[in-house]
Design a binder for this molecule. Structure first.
Ligand SMILES: [Zn+2]
Length: 106
């Protein structure tokens, strides 16, 4: 579990233990789509459809945010996460494959 200290406050986040790109049936797109997914202790699988940007957490659909272009932003975030993970696997970039690559930290 990665922990950070910011302004004297410790912040710990659950470790991402697995990631994969999988073709699954999307109930929103109503067809099979590529999904970027990662497994995080405490939370289970987090899944993003790369077709429509819909997200699921441990089997439950996440609430749709009240902001413009959220689908596009979710897809971009998932693709960025995927690219960083692939770079880490190839030994490039700052990210280590065994640690959480979501969000900021530090
Ligand atoms: Zn979809």
């Amino acid at each position: 579990m990665p922990c950070y200290v910011m302004n004297g406050v410790s912040i710990c986040r659950p470790t991402v233990t697995d990631r994969k790109l999988k073709r699954l049936s999307c109930p929103t797109c109503k067809k099979k789509r590529m999904m970027w997914m990662w497994f995080q202790e405490w939370y289970g699988w987090h899944v993003t459809c790369l077709g429509c940007g819909e997200q699921w957490q441990d089997g439950e659909m996440l609430e749709r945010p009240f902001m413009p272009a959220w689908r596009k932003k979710n897809i971009e975030r998932a693709k960025k996460n995927m690219t960083e993970f692939k770079a880490a696997l190839a030994g490039k970039g700052d990210v280590k494959p065994v640690e959480d690559i979501q969000g900021g930290g530090k």
